[in-house]
Write a protein that binds this ligand. Structure first.
Ligand code: ZN
Length: 184
């Protein structure tokens, strides 16, 4: 297995700003630990970030204006700051693949397994998982590394990922062990 960690929409607008999700606070510590382990083991860390076009972006019809490209709201939260060697791939729709360079990057990195983390379990994580599944990637989702606006959305979102895309749902200890074995 050659994994990459994909951190989805952990941006100021999603955690602190116009689309604030209170439950995002719960995943900050687990994500910090996940990123630390990944970086230490040479596992690529890829931030998949909303970067919407001002004024006209189609997503605004559903969610209102958020994560406008080039604004502070579209930057990764300071708690998870991107480091040298991490990758950032901007997107304009829910999926990290749609209209982006993500697949090309994953091919260049030789990745076959995606650890999908961030926001929201039932929206961008789900749509990114769909595109990952179509392209033949194995999918791992840390149960304490994704969140949604409500408990119900989160839990039903996890269930959907497992049932429909065959995602492996791993708790923190299982994930840590799995990633440690990669590098062993
Ligand atoms: Zn968006």
């Amino acid at each position: 297995m050659k994994p990459a960690v994909i951190v989805i929409d952990m941006l100021n607008d999603f955690v602190h700003g116009s689309l604030k999700c209170e439950r995002a606070q719960r995943i900050l510590d687990p994500l910090q630990q996940l990123l630390e382990q990944a970086r230490g083991a040479g596992i690529p860390v890829i931030f998949s970030n909303d970067a919407h076009t001002p004024g006209i972006d189609h997503e605004f019809e559903v969610w209102g204006e958020h994560a406008v490209a080039g604004t502070p709201g579209a930057q990764v939260i300071p708690e998870l700051e991107a480091e040298e060697g991490d990758y950032q791939v901007p997107k304009r729709r829910y999926s990290g693949f749609y209209g982006t360079d993500l697949q090309m990057l994953l091919e260049e990195l030789g990745v076959d397994t995606l650890v999908l983390a961030g926001l929201h379990t039932n929206i961008c994580v789900r749509h990114t998982a769909a595109d990952a599944f179509y392209r033949g990637y194995r999918i791992i989702v840390p149960t304490d590394g994704v969140e949604a606006f409500t408990e119900e959305d989160h839990l039903s979102g996890l269930d959907y990922l497992k049932q429909v895309y065959g995602a492996e749902l791993l708790g923190p200890d299982e994930l840590r062990e799995r990633l440690a074995n990669v590098t062993a």
